[in-house]
Design a protein around this ligand. Structure first.
Ligand code: HEM
Length: 260
C-alpha cells in the first residue's frame, strides 16, 4: 500500500476497486471477479455522471439567483417564467417538474452509489478493527477528501430539504409569510440563524465541489499525466470558487442592504 501513495489516481482507483471486489467476493488472495469489478466501475461512473448533472444545475441556479440584483419585480418575474417555460407544449410548471425529476433521480443515484462503494471499501478493509492507524481519530485510515465528501453530502442533503421548504414552497417562513419569491428570500436572510445555516451550507457545498469535481472527472478518465492533473485542479478550484462566491453574494448583499 505504501507504494500506492505515489501512484497515479487511476492506479490507486483500480487498486481500490480490486481491494473492494476481493472483499465483496469473499477472497483476499484470488483476483476479483470481472463482474464485480465492472459493477464497482459502473457505480463510480454513475456517481460521477449524477454529480456532474447536479453541478450543471448549481451553475445555472447560482446564475439565476443573481437576478435578485435586478430588483423584486425582475426576480419574481424570473421565478414565474420558470413555471411558464415551454408553454403551451408543456403544462404550467412542466419544465420545473422535469427538472425536479432529473434532480431527484440524480440525488438518489449519487447517494445509493456512494453508500454501496463505501460499504464495499469498508468490507475490503475488514471493518473498523483492521489497519489501525495513529493518523485518524478512531484509529481507521481516513482521508480529508473522503471525510469531506461523505459528511458534506449528508449536510447538503439536509440543507436542500430545508431550502425547498423555505424558499420554494414557503412552508418554513422565518421573518414572515409572503407569496413573493423575492420576499421569501430577503425575509429569510434577515433572520440570523437562517443566514448562518445558509453560509455554512454554501461553504460545505464548496468543499464538496472541490473534491467532487476532481473525483468525478478522474473517474471519467480526464486525469492522465501531470498536465491534465494541473488542468483538473484549476477547473475544480475554478468551479468551486464561482459557485460558492456566486451563491454567497446573495445573502451577503441582503445583510449589507444592497438587496432590500
Ligand atoms: C444562497 C444560496 C441559494 C439561494 C439564494 C437560493 C435560492 C433559491 C430560490 C429563491 C428558490 C425558489 C425558486 C422558485 O421557487 O422560483 C430555490 C429553489 C431551489 N434551490 Fe436554491 N438557492 C441557493 C442555494 C442552493 C443550493 C446550494 C442548492 C443545491 C445544493 C439549491 C437547490 C435548490 C432546489 C433543488 C430548489 C427547488 C426548485 C423547485 O423544485 O422548486 N439551492 N433556491
Amino acid at each position: 500500500m505504501v507504494a500506492l501513495d505515489h501512484a497515479s489516481p487511476q492506479v490507486r482507483s483500480y487498486a481500490g476497486v480490486v481491494a473492494t471486489t476481493q472483499a465483496a467476493s469473499g477472497s483476499r488472495t484470488r483476483s476479483p471477479g470481472t463482474a464485480t469489478v465492472r459493477s464497482s466501475v459502473a457505480l463510480k461512473a454513475l456517481m460521477a455522471v449524477s454529480g456532474l448533472i447536479m453541478i450543471l444545475f448549481l451553475l445555472a441556479h447560482m446564475y439565476g439567483n443573481l437576478k435578485v440584483f435586478a430588483g423584486p419585480a425582475a426576480f419574481d418575474d424570473y421565478s414565474h417564467h420558470l413555471r411558464t417555460l415551454g408553454e403551451p407544449f408543456l403544462p404550467y410548471a412542466g419544465f420545473l417538474w422535469i427538472l425536479r425529476a432529473v434532480l431527484t433521480v440524480s440525488v438518489i443515484a449519487h447517494f445509493v452509489s456512494a453508500l454501496s462503494l463505501w460499504a464495499r471499501a469498508h468490507r475490503a478493509r475488514g471493518g473498523t478493527k483492521r489497519y489501525q492507524s495513529s493518523k485518524a481519530r478512531r484509529g481507521v485510515q481516513r482521508t480529508y477528501a473522503s471525510f469531506t465528501l461523505r459528511w458534506g453530502g449528508i449536510v447538503i442533503l439536509l440543507f436542500v430539504i430545508f431550502h425547498i421548504l423555505n424558499l420554494s414552497t414557503g412552508t418554513i417562513h422565518p421573518g414572515g409569510v409572503t407569496g413573493s419569491p423575492y420576499g421569501r428570500l430577503t425575509n429569510s436572510f434577515h433572520n440570523v440563524p437562517v443566514l448562518i445555516a445558509y453560509v455554512v451550507s454554501m461553504l460545505v457545498v464548496g468543499l464538496h465541489l472541490r473534491h467532487g469535481v476532481w473525483s468525478a472527472l478522474t473517474t471519467l478518465g480526464a486525469n492522465h499525466g501531470e498536465r491534465s492533473r494541473r488542468n483538473l485542479n484549476i477547473l475544480s478550484i475554478g468551479i468551486t470558487v464561482v459557485v460558492t462566491v456566486g451563491f454567497l453574494l446573495v445573502p451577503f448583499s441582503v445583510v449589507a442592504g444592497v438587496v432590500r
